[in-house]
Design a protein around this ligand. Structure first.
Ligand SMILES: N[C@@H](CCC(=O)N[C@@H](CS)C(=O)NCC(=O)O)C(=O)O
Length: 236
């Protein structure tokens, strides 16, 4: 059997949420194959995943994890769970106490993936709308955007970021002394909202310290070197 078949393979897309899976693989310190893919740079596929990602899974999104026995797993929450359950033999990334249990992990993961995603995606769409509006209606679209931010997306993001800040309490990571699945999963919406200036992270001091702590980890730094970019400000 070829060596590559014995390892999982991460299909990673630049400037995307698969960075958090690359980070987890580096934390787990296991052998894996990395298949780097790049978003389109021009034309109708600009900023979208390249077509070759559909060769491994019909949705054509990243991340995709091909397991060592050839199954293709999608959805970051599931991939992170699979990797931790399969490769975290010492339980380092599974929460360090009864309080940091699977229910907390699942709640935080779902908050990050589903709940925060709604206002975050709306902000992203409004940003793109303002950017791509003809110049003569751009001020009008911008005013509408500001109203939506003031009345809905701003307060929603503030609610969730404040909640995450409070949930950290005195812990270094959401799951205790080491990052757990929730930490890997939360990193993406936080980075996305910060890089696009949807939130000012300094308003949430514990979350700001947590984010810096994550990015100071050698495994995060290695994941940034091995990946192909993590710039989350999208332009059409
Ligand atoms: N719910 C999926 C989302 C996957 C997803 O939408 N990935 C984005 C990258 S951030 C993607 O592949 N976008 C490229 C495209 O849709 O063309 C997950 O959690 O992994």
């Amino acid at each position: 059997m070829a060596d590559s078949e014995l390892k999982p393979t991460l299909h990673h897309l630049n400037n995307s949420q698969s960075q958090r899976i690359l980070w987890l693989l580096e934390e787990l310190d296991i052998p894996y194959n990395l298949s780097l893919h790049k978003r389109g740079e021009s034309g109708p596929n600009k900023a979208r995943a390249p077509p070759e990602l559909k060769e491994t899974h019909p949705l054509g999104k990243a991340p995709q994890l091909e397991t060592a026995d050839g199954r293709v797993v999608v959805e970051s929450l599931v991939i992170a769970r699979y990797l931790i359950e399969t490769y975290d033999k010492s339980g380092k990334f599974r929460g360090d106490s009864a309080a940091n249990d699977w229910i907390r992990d699942d709640e935080l993961c779902n908050l990050a993936s589903a709940t925060i995603s709604a206002p975050m995606t709306l902000e992203l769409v409004f940003n793109l709308l303002v950017q791509s509006s003809p110049f003569f209606i751009r001020p009008l679209v911008s005013v509408i955007h500001k109203q939506v931010y003031k009345a809905f997306t701003g307060p929603e993001l503030d609610l969730y970021f404040q909640y995450l800040n409070d949930q950290l309490g005195d812990q270094d990571y959401f799951m205790g002394t080491s990052p757990g699945r929730a930490d890997f999963i939360i990193s993406w919406p936080v980075d996305m909202c910060v890089q696009n200036q949807f939130v000012d992270l300094e308003k949430y001091p514990k979350l700001a310290v947590w984010s810096r702590r994550c990015q100071d980890r050698p495994a995060w730094k290695r994941s940034m070197e091995k990946g192909n970019g993590y710039s989350l400000q999208f332009k059409l």
